[in-house]
Design a protein. Sequence first.
Length: 77
Amino acid sequence: MPKGPKGEKRPGDVIGAAVKIAQIATGEVEEDKPSDEGKNAAAVELGRKGGKARAEKMTKEERSAIARRAANVRWGR
């Protein structure tokens, strides 16, 4: 059985996937959710704070310069 992007088990064929989605939607079965076992809880929490904390430390000009560079890379091709 193939795994989804977060490790959840999914049917390999189209019909099986449709049946599984219908069962989840109607409440017949619970959606398979991967566990966070093996991950350091403190590291996960810091990862959630990372971008916001970085943005708070920067000045408006620094944030603008980073956004400008990102836009140039994205659209400059």
